[in-house]
Design a protein around this ligand. Structure first.
Ligand SMILES: NC(=O)C1=CN([C@@H]2O[C@H](COP(=O)(O)OP(=O)(O)OC[C@H]3O[C@@H](n4cnc5c(N)ncnc54)[C@H](O)[C@@H]3O)[C@@H](O)[C@H]2O)C=CC1
Ligand SMILES: O=C(CO)[C@H](O)[C@H](O)COP(=O)(O)O
Length: 300
């Protein structure tokens, strides 16, 4: 299969590499020429612009968007639109709001799949977990690509109609916020409690068989190993917040109580008061672990 990939940053380059490794062809475009050159070095065919990309894809285009959520998705789609028809499939693998995805699916001539992508930089080796919404035929048509990008056939599924993939990913991120918060609180207690503990050792021990073992806990272990028991100069400022806000907004609308997710979001906003809380510092460092989001350092 031939796939056009637009957006070749942290996640898009992994998409390119995994699709190439599975033996497919890739045509790659990014506004950043250096990112295109990296994709070309990996074996993708570089496109000069979106016209060039669509020309190279020919009929029955298969396109993967991995650009930042929001305006970049709309801008890319409006430029692609004159080149798209009903036989084409466009996948948005970013963290778009599910309602934007429904709107986009309704306004494009192509079949539109909204794909929640989870796994961060570790996905380069392990593959991602993909939560997909949209027309069934388009999901089937893209299955070879999903098999390549995901951990394998069990790492992706069609959640339902348009919007459902990004809806499930939005809730995933709300859960992610709450998990980070609870690990942070536990380690804050251990760091300031009765015993002088080696937190990397605690995390490692918990990761080996404990009920609460997880990838986020492995990233806690990595954070203590790389930053030190006291997290060194990692600041208490946790960036991000949009996907957690959407989760809480949706929960309010559906009248579903999500106090833990709300509290984790509130803690994240509260972190901007810079009061040195350990849990917030760990959450700041974990976002680097799972998303390569820049670590805020003290004094910056
Ligand atoms: N970093 C992570 O672990 C995860 C990120 N995501 C989502 O995936 C999407 C991409 O994220 P990252 O790869 O981390 O971002 P990134 O910032 O590393 O890469 C984005 C790339 O898109 C390019 N770009 C921006 N506007 C463009 C346009 N109009 N046309 C072509 N290229 C354009 C940029 O030059 C950049 O290379 C976002 O929606 C993000 O929320 C989803 C899951 C995990
Ligand atoms: O989707 C992700 C992980 O699953 C991305 O890393 C996302 O950026 C995390 O959300 P936030 O930026 O609000 O922490």
């Amino acid at each position: 299969m031939q796939l056009g990939v637009i957006g070749l940053g942290r996640m898009g380059q992994i998409v390119v590499d995994r699709v190439l490794d599975a033996g497919h062809d890739v045509v790659a475009f990014d506004l950043d020429a250096a990112a295109v050159a990296t994709a070309a070095d990996a074996g993708a065919r570089p496109a000069e612009d979106l016209n060039d990309l669509t020309d190279r894809l020919g009929e029955g285009k298969r396109i993967w968007l991995m650009v930042p959520a929001g305006e970049a998705v709309d801008a890319t789609l409006s430029e692609l639109e004159p080149h798209l028809d009903a036989e084409d499939v466009v996948v948005d693998g970013g963290n778009s709001h599910f309602e934007s995805s429904v709107r986009r699916a309704e306004s494009t001539d192509a079949a539109y799949l909204d794909c929640g992508t989870s796994g961060g930089p570790a996905g380069a080796e392990l593959g991602f977990s993909l939560m997909i919404g949209g027309p069934e035929w388009a999901y089937e048509a893209m299955t070879p690509v999903f098999d390549a990008i995901a951990t394998g056939p069990a790492g992706h599924d069609r959640m339902g109609p348009s919007g459902s993939g990004h809806y499930v990913k939005m809730v995933h991120n709300g859960v992610e916020y709450a998990l980070m918060q609870t690990y942070g609180e536990g380690f804050e207690l251990l760091a300031n409690g009765r015993y002088d503990l080696d937190l990397e050792s605690v995390a490692r021990t918990w990761n080996n068989g404990a009920v609460i073992r997880s990838w986020l806990l492995e990233l806690c272990e990595e954070a203590f190993r790389e930053e030190g028991n006291d997290l060194g100069d990692v600041a208490d400022h946790v960036a991000g917040g949009s996907t957690g806000t959407w989760t809480v907004q949706e929960a309010l609308e559906q009248e579903i109580p999500v106090p833990l997710i709300y509290q984790a979001l509130a803690e994240r906003f509260g972190s901007r008061a810079d009061d040195g809380r350990f849990a917030r510092r760990l959450a700041n460092r974990l976002r680097y672990g799972f998303g390569r989001h820049e670590v805020q350092r003290r004094g910056e």
